[in-house]
Structures are given as structure tokens and as C-alpha cells.
Ligand binder design. Structure first.
Ligand SMILES: [Fe+2]
Length: 178
């Protein structure tokens, strides 16, 4: 959809977008040639200046990757955390019903990595506790979630970075703590 502006989506923190409607056909073709399809598109909207999201891991904490674009929010960032070893977080659902595990600020040992928002898509490590930190500008993060055509399994972070390293900037290069 050429005229689609993610920043004009309704103020809902986490919603799903229809893959058939919203996936760019060129991206679809590129991924198809690499043996991958997109099964879900998520939109994460943040509109409250200087707010922070919860520290969390996505979808139960298994090693999965996402391909992310940040719209707006040029003064925002994502941060990944080392969690104290005895802490396992609290299961929580999302407004898009995808499941996540949240961590309290007291569960945190230190910040592992800060990734400032930029104009390029990047491969996102969703299995390590992370949060978004907003600046003044509203932002929307569009996440497309890949699976292998051969077995319908989700791509791990390293599978995704290996597959797309000649096309995309990898994210923080963190491996999950499993
Ligand atoms: Fe997340």
C-alpha cells in the first residue's frame, strides 16, 4: 500500500495488520526466493513523549526473529537488558494476543545494548528482554515475522541474520540466554 502511513494508525499499542493487504510485493518476492514467507505483521505504536514500554520478551521467549522498520521516533531507541539469573519474568498477554513475558525494573542487571532508531530496516532480537524508549516524536514500529516455507518454522535470530545479511542491517547481534 503506497499511501499507507503507520504513524496514522489508531492509538493502539500493538495491533496486527493483514499480510495480504500490507506486505510489499517486492519484499514478498525477495523472501519467497530465499525460501521464506511472512505469516504476521505487527504494528507497535507509541505516542506518549518520553514514555517507555515494559521490559519484555516476545512470544514466550523462544529464539525468534523479526524484521523491523521504525517510522517516526527518530529520537527513540530500543534497549536490551541482562536480567538477573534467578528472574524469569511474568507471563503477560498483548493487545494483539501474541503473548509475552514481562520483567520488572528490579529484575534487571544492566543494559546490554542500545539501538537508536534509524531509517533502515533491521533484524530484531525478540527473545532477549528489551523495551522501546521514546523521545519527543511519536513512532510506529512495523514488524514482519518470517517462517521457512520448507517446514513452517519461525526463523531464529541467527538464521534470519545469516539469510538476510546481504540485504539488511542486523540488530544488536545478541544471542538469547538459553
Ligand atoms: Fe518486543
Amino acid at each position: 500500500m503506497d499511501d499507507f502511513d503507520p504513524l496514522l494508525l489508531p492509538e493502539i499499542r500493538h495491533q496486527l495488520l493483514d499480510v495480504k493487504t500490507f506486505l510489499n510485493p517486492q519484499i514478498e518476492k525477495l523472501l519467497d526466493d530465499l525460501g521464506v514467507y511472512i505469516f504476521m505483521i505487527e504494528a507497535f505504536s507509541e505516542w506518549i513523549p518520553y514514555s517507555k514500554t515494559h521490559i519484555h520478551i516476545d512470544a514466550g521467549g523462544t529464539d525468534i526473529s523479526k524484521i523491523n522498520w521504525i517510522f517516526g521516533g527518530s529520537d527513540s531507541s530500543n534497549q536490551w537488558y541482562q536480567i538477573k539469573s534467578e528472574k524469569s519474568g511474568t507471563a503477560s498477554n498483548t493487545t494483539a494476543n501474541t503473548g509475552s513475558t514481562r520483567f520488572d525494573i528490579n529484575d534487571v542487571e544492566k543494559i546490554l545494548y542500545t539501538h537508536p532508531a534509524g531509517p533502515n530496516p533491521f533484524i530484531f532480537q525478540a527473545a532477549i528482554p528489551h523495551k522501546a524508549v521514546l523521545g519527543k516524536e511519536r513512532r510506529c514500529c512495523i514488524s514482519i515475522l518470517p517462517k521457512w516455507k520448507s517446514n513452517n518454522k519461525r526463523l531464529t535470530y541467527s538464521e534470519c541474520t545469516n539469510l538476510l545479511q546481504s540485504y539488511l542491517v542486523a540488530g544488536p547481534g545478541l544471542e538469547p540466554r538459553t
